[in-house]
Write a protein that binds this ligand. Structure first.
Ligand SMILES: *[C@@H]1O[C@H](CO)[C@@H](O)[C@H](O)[C@H]1NC(C)=O
Ligand SMILES: *[C@@H]1O[C@H](CO)[C@@H](O)[C@H](O)[C@H]1NC(C)=O
Ligand SMILES: *[C@@H]1O[C@H](CO)[C@@H](O)[C@H](O)[C@H]1NC(C)=O
Ligand SMILES: *[C@@H]1O[C@H](CO)[C@@H](O)[C@H](O)[C@H]1NC(C)=O
Ligand SMILES: *[C@@H]1O[C@H](CO)[C@@H](O)[C@H](O)[C@H]1NC(C)=O
Ligand SMILES: *[C@@H]1O[C@H](CO)[C@@H](O)[C@H](O)[C@H]1NC(C)=O
Length: 604
């Protein structure tokens, strides 16, 4: 038996379970230390390489167990900021799923001020600095290094996401089932109980008049609204379609956490009062399968946001009761939807089984006519270079601008009009691509890991997406983040067929702890140098630590030497190991590149 993944490929059923159980047993063979305080920390043996654990006789790296001096203590951010001599404090175990900007107890206090009829409580609400925790978020009891892709599509460790609620309410719809130490994802969803592949094939039939699939319909980028455990996204991958999946943190507890644990790209978000953090004209399909969004309410302001996000000739796929049921007020809702979509000059192209599909047509004449008759208003043109970040929703639709993009993989290297508008010429674009190709080869060599050792990746300051382009053929997905105070290069990233989001690193990201295997931070700290509120170097390091999986990596570069040396000095207090290397920057000068690895520690 070679690797775990291979084992899965070769054998079936019982054998897999046995192999998995062996891994569990061997994960916790390290000595547990304790000192005089009630809680202490230990590092389980190095479990970098799964193979070692399947060969008890192999010369595995010796256990590096040890006790740290960090204290477990609920600690808030103070001003000025201070870090104890003993290292960063560790938050109590109950905070193992802490997401600062989606913290129910804080949002409860805000409720009287929020517009609940528009579900504003589901959006991001970041607490003021003195209410933010300033301690490292611990893993839950029995946390295990996540199972590797592609096995993780179907199986994840139960103890890593120990919530039975979803299995109880959604088991019947085949979202997720319990299987001993594991969660099993059979690939179902509310509207695709019989599995996503069949559903995806049907959508392909509907968009191509029975002649092809979603790929041949020209769909490469999908936004999945209310994605559940993101099985839809997982089963679009074989068609080379990239999906940005999002769902709020609501009654369907931890659906995004399940998706991320499976190694499927997703984030927490809600469509409510603000624009989604994605650029206009970015998706060829927006998908809502029982996504629990009231598109017909409030003059259709939410479906107008879909119009913003869709590319011209993009599809809105709607699988929900108004599309097929004749009881209750479903027919009325359907009529309202038809009115709204025709006002936006969308065309209903198919309505079958439980699904309706519209296309956003390239028809400005129609829009102008509808605007004259006051069916719709056309947006005043806005500064397209401005990221949609904390931007209120607009009750209008923009004039259509059709942009011809090649299919993938050519799309990855296409020089798009967006770049021209941003003042980035062809040569710079090409150099950027070549540069990152070389850097990534160096990164993996220096980290001494294999391609399959990382799955969930974030480029925290992605610029043109050159980093993600290189990883496109690897078994990884990349969340490209463009800081909200930068020019909107995220549009250019989407034009290359990649996905990402705007974000302001003065605030925590909308994701669960332990999301990413690798964070890439190029010129990140420098970008926030003159911003004080919540984005000092230590704040950003803390957030990196929160969203990083145990044994995950951070690569920090493009910074002044003093930034690199400060991170290096602070790293032990954050329980990170570091290695300093020197690589060429894009000006062909050597610059320091700091590789950090988060240790695997736990509160015992
Ligand atoms: C592997 O085994 C050899 C000899 O058996 C020993 O000298 C060496 O230190 C071991 N290496 C590790 C990492 O345990
Ligand atoms: C899940 O949590 C419960 C307590 O809430 C605990 O009894 C159980 O052992 C946990 N299961 C796993 C697999 O960690
Ligand atoms: C899609 O169309 C093909 C060809 O007409 C057909 O064989 C297949 O069963 C259809 N799939 C679904 C899910 O309707
Ligand atoms: C689909 O095919 C049918 C029959 O060939 C044809 O009448 C119809 O116009 C086609 N629809 C589209 C959207 O191409
Ligand atoms: C749809 O639009 C028509 C014509 O503007 C109007 O008469 C009808 O009441 C509208 N229906 C709904 C459900 O809003
Ligand atoms: C943003 O774009 C404008 C041109 O659209 C350019 O002049 C400016 O330098 C850019 N800013 C950054 C930080 O790249």
């Amino acid at each position: 038996m070679v690797g775990f993944t291979k084992a899965f490929d070769w054998k079936v059923g019982q054998f897999i379970m046995v192999a998995l159980l062996v891994m569990i047993a061997s994960f916790y063979t390290g000595t547990l230390f304790s000192n005089n305080s009630s809680s202490s920390l230990y590092v389980p043996p190095q479990q970098h390489d799964v193979q070692h654990k399947q060969h008890p006789t192999a010369n595995a790296s010796s256990p590096t167990s040890g006790v740290f001096t960090n204290k477990v203590s609920l600690t808030y951010r103070t001003e000025p900021l201070s870090i104890p001599e003993t290292g960063m404090n560790i938050c109590p175990l109950t905070y193992n799923e802490y997401i600062p900007c989606h913290d129910i107890s804080y949002i409860k206090e805000l409720l009287p001020k929020l517009d609940l009829s528009r579900r504003e409580e589901l959006e991001r609400h970041c607490p003021p600095l003195n209410r933010r925790l300033f301690c490292l978020v611990p893993p839950p009891v029995d946390y295990k290094i996540p199972i590797r892709w592609p096995t993780s599509r179907d199986y994840v460790w139960r103890s890593n996401v120990n919530h039975t609620h979803l299995a109880e309410v959604k088991g019947g719809q085949n979202w997720v089932h319990e299987k001993d130490q594991l969660w099993w994802f059979p690939g179902g969803g509310t509207h695709f109980k019989h599995g996503a592949p069949e559903y995806i094939q049907r959508l392909g039939n509907m968009t191509t008049n029975e002649t092809g699939d979603l790929h041949s319909a020209g769909i490469f980028q999908v936004l999945d609204v209310g994605c559940g455990v993101a099985s839809f996204s997982a089963y679009l991958l074989p068609l080379n379609i990239q999906t940005m999946s999002f769902a709020p943190k609501d009654g369907h507890e931890n659906q995004i956490q399940f998706a991320l644990e499976r190694g499927i790209g997703a984030m927490i978000s809600a469509i409510s009062t603000k624009q989604l953090p994605y650029p206009s004209n970015s998706f060829e399909m927006v998908h809502c399968s029982r996504c629990r969004v009231d598109w017909h309410e409030n003059d259709g302001i939410l479906i107008k946001e879909v119009d913003r996000l869709l590319r011209v000739n993009g599809y809105f796929v709607y699988s929900a009761p108004p599309a097929y049921r004749k009881d209750k007020d479903f027919p009325l809702i359907w009529d309202m939807l038809m009115n709204l979509t025709s006002a936006m000059c969308w065309k209903l192209i198919a309505r079958q089984v439980q699904t309706a599909i519209w296309i956003k047509q390239d028809n400005n004449l129609c829009l102008q006519q509808n605007a004259q008759q006051k069916f719709i208003s056309i947006c005043e043109s806005t500064d397209v270079a401005k990221p949609s970040w904390k931007t209120p929703l607009r009750n209008c639709v923009a004039e259509r601008t059709f942009q011809k993009l090649p299919p993938k993989p050519q799309r990855l290297s296409e020089y798009s009009g967006t770049l021209n508008k941003l003042g980035i010429n062809r040569e710079k674009f090409l150099l950027d691509t070549i540069y990152w190709q070389d850097q990534i080869r160096q990164y993996w060599r220096l980290m001494n890991i294999e391609e399959k050792d990382v799955r969930n990746v974030m480029d925290m300051n992605a610029f043109l997406g050159g980093f993600a382009v290189v990883l496109n053929t690897w078994p990884v997905w990349v969340m490209n983040v463009v800081p909200a105070n930068m020019n909107n290069t995220l549009s250019a990233i989407y034009d290359r067929g990649l996905i990402g989001a705007f974000h302001d690193w003065c605030e925590p990201f909308s994701t669960y702890p332990r999301t990413y295997d690798l964070l890439h931070a190029n010129r990140l700290f420098t970008n926030y140098r003159n911003r004080e509120e919540g984005c000092l170097l230590e704040d950003i390091m803390l957030e990196m630590d929160r969203i990083l999986r145990p044994q995950g990596y951070v690569i920090i570069r493009g910074e002044d030497d003093d930034v690199i040396s400060r991170v290096k000095d602070l790293a032990p207090k954050f329980l990170w190991e570091t290695q300093l290397h020197f690589l060429e920057n894009d000006q062909k000068k050597m610059e320091p590149v700091l590789f950090c690895q988060k240790k695997f520690w736990a509160v015992v």
